[in-house]
Design a binder for this molecule. Structure first.
Ligand SMILES: [Zn+2]
Length: 111
């Protein structure tokens, strides 16, 4: 593998939102950086970042949580389509079966 120019490596990290806090050593080595968007000190590798991987664990978790929230909206839509109204927020797919549901037809007769 060709050696990476430290200046190019640094520019790529900055471009990905990570400010290197120590000199570049090698591509697979953990590299102390500041994740600019959240202020967290993280240790991604140049190789990982250059492959498009995330370098910040806490931001990665947040992205995963956001994706889960998006799927909640979709899930509610599917349930409403099935004429079932969720009575509590959707949490995890595993809890799907224990979700409290009310059948729209039944509640309609109560009014
Ligand atoms: Zn972060």
């Amino acid at each position: 593998m060709a050696k990476v120019d430290p200046h190019i490596a640094e520019a790529l990290m900055l471009n990905a939102g990570y400010k290197p806090l120590e000199p570049y050593i090698k591509s697979h080595q953990k590299w102390k950086c500041l994740h600019i968007s959240c202020g967290e000190v993280v240790y991604p590798s140049y190789h990982g970042i250059s492959q498009g991987q995330g370098g910040c664990l806490s931001c990665g978790r947040k992205i995963t949580a956001d994706k889960r929230r998006l799927s909640e909206a979709m899930t509610i839509e599917i349930m409403l389509d099935a004429k079932l109204q969720p009575l509590e927020p959707y949490k995890f797919a595993l809890e799907f079966n224990t979700w409290n549901l009310v059948n729209f037809k039944v509640s309609y007769q109560w009014f």
